[in-house]
Design a protein around this ligand. Structure first.
Ligand code: GTP
Ligand code: MG
Length: 425
């Protein structure tokens, strides 16, 4: 296996129908991860089912419902290689009903491609995904301005969309000058490996070479092991196999681990990645691992695996710094929306609004405000409705960030800055 190359988790984000799955299918085809005859088979099948042009998207969209509706519902993981890296692509759904799945995807990513269709430009989930990507800690971004064939590869339209996107990403703290904006057509394979004759005015790299300009993500191997559990399988002949991404630390065979808040202990028997057994797993690895001493029903999505001598922190309460993205009225004490943090979704109550702050300088604007509204940044006290693992963002940033959702939209995002721990053992 090509594990000699550094590994990157790459999220594909953006508004519904802007061509995310098509782009991933096309990238996998161009890098040799999917052979031409498979695409040809999908093309025929898609055509016969009245879904012509979805052949590349189908590489990613495997669920029957996804294919019938022509949309992505759950996140899908696929692998492909560039000269420098090997990527696990996390293809996110753009539909507003599935933003919670997008959050799980984005929280696993080291970098992202934001896909924006040139005819539409910036849309609602373009904004929501950019905000979430930033607050979930994705620092590296490439922007694919897709469907350029539909605007006749017009430079003027490209520049309009680029301008709107620059304004948007600047607002959340990305630096537009450091980001590649790439005109392309995923469906027609334009500007994938090299810049084609369709865009003679474009001076930057094509998308696949641009991926190799990402900086290698840091591997926090010196921190305690943390693997938020995404799913738990029971495989006959093997036993219980939780899957998830290693956020920090190293997992080795024979290690004694604890799952929190389930408060169950076990021993690592084997570790697998991309269907191959590996001796140890490091940050960024998406793994399945077999644990002795744990039954399938003992643990679930949202639990976090760590060493028995440094188990994940379960919060009785925590202090958070948040930014309110959108709320129809006002957030007050007693409000109990759902917090999405690593792989957990837990209802949590605002128990105190400590202060409003200036998001840029961090200066206090108002002590003990009575409410928070759209655009406010604040320090607040939060009480989870049931035990939940969260870590101080200063110690383990990967497990300290969260999104807050209610009524089908993202209300706010933030990070945990202090914890009062629940005594578990
Ligand atoms: P969700 O996952 O549901 O958010 O959608 P998506 O962003 O993954 O879009 P998808 O890849 O499923 O593509 C949606 C439609 O746009 C399909 O009909 C594609 O064939 C079409 N499409 C994608 N890329 C291009 C392109 O470059 N040009 C044109 N003309 N159509 C494209
Ligand atoms: Mg899709």
């Amino acid at each position: 296996m090509a594990s000699e190359k550094p590994h990157m988790n790459l999220a594909i984000i953006g508004h519904i129908d802007h061509g995310k799955s098509t782009l991933v299918g096309r990238m996998m085809f161009e890098t040799g991860a999917v052979p031409a005859h498979i695409i040809e088979g999908y093309r025929k099948e898609a055509e016969s089912k009245g879904k012509a042009t979805f052949e590349f998207a189908w590489v990613m969209d495997n669920l029957k419902e996804e294919r019938e509706r022509g949309i992505t519902i759950d996140i899908a993981h696929k692998r492909f290689d560039t000269p420098k890296y090997y990527f696990t692509v996390v293809d996110c759904p753009g539909h507003r009903d599935f933003v919670k799945n997008m959050i799980t995807g984005a929280s696993q990513a080291d970098a992202a491609i934001l896909v924006v269709a040139a005819p539409d430009g910036v849309m609602e989930q373009t904004k929501e995904h950019v905000f979430l990507a930033r607050t979930l800690g994705i620092t590296q971004l490439i922007i694919a301005i897709n469907k350029m064939d539909m605007v006749k590869f017009d430079e003027k339209r490209f520049n309009e969309v680029k301008k709107d996107l620059s304004d948007l990403i600047k607002m959340v703290g990305y630096k537009p000058d450091e980001i590649h904006f790439i005109p392309m057509s995923a469906l027609n394979g334009v500007n994938m490996k090299s810049v084609g004759p369709e865009t003679p005015w474009y001076k930057g790299p094509a998308i696949i070479p641009a991926l190799d300009t990402f900086k290698e993500p840091e591997k926090p191997t010196d921190k305690p092991l943390r693997v938020p559990i995404q799913d738990v399988y029971s495989i006959s002949g093997i036993g219980t196999v939780p899957v998830g991404r290693v956020e920090t630390g190293i997992m080795k065979k024979g290690m004694k681990v604890a799952f929190m808040p389930a408060n169950k202990d076990g021993e690592i028997k084997s570790i697998e990645m991309h269907h191959e057994e590996i001796p140890q797993a490091v940050p960024g690895d998406n793994i399945g691992f077999n644990v002795r001493g744990i039954g399938k029903g003992d643990i679930r999505r949202g639990d976090v695996c760590g060493p028995v001598d440094a188990p994940p922190n379960v919060a009785d309460e925590f202090t958070a710094q948040i930014v309110v993205l959108q709320h129809p009225s006002a957030i007050t004490v007693g409000y109990t929306p759902v917090f999405h943090c690593h792989t957990t979704q837990t209802a949590c109550t605002f128990t105190e609004l400590k202060k409003k702050i200036d998001p840029k300088s961090g200066q206090t604007k108002e002590e003990n405000p009575t409410f928070l509204k759209t655009g406010d940044a604040a320090i607040v006290q939060i009480k989870p409705s049931k035990p939940m693992v969260i870590e101080n963002v200063k110690e383990l940033p990967q497990l300290g960030r969260f999104a807050i959702r209610d009524m089908g939209t993202t209300i706010a995002a933030g990070m945990c800055i202090a914890i009062s721990k629940k005594q578990m053992r």
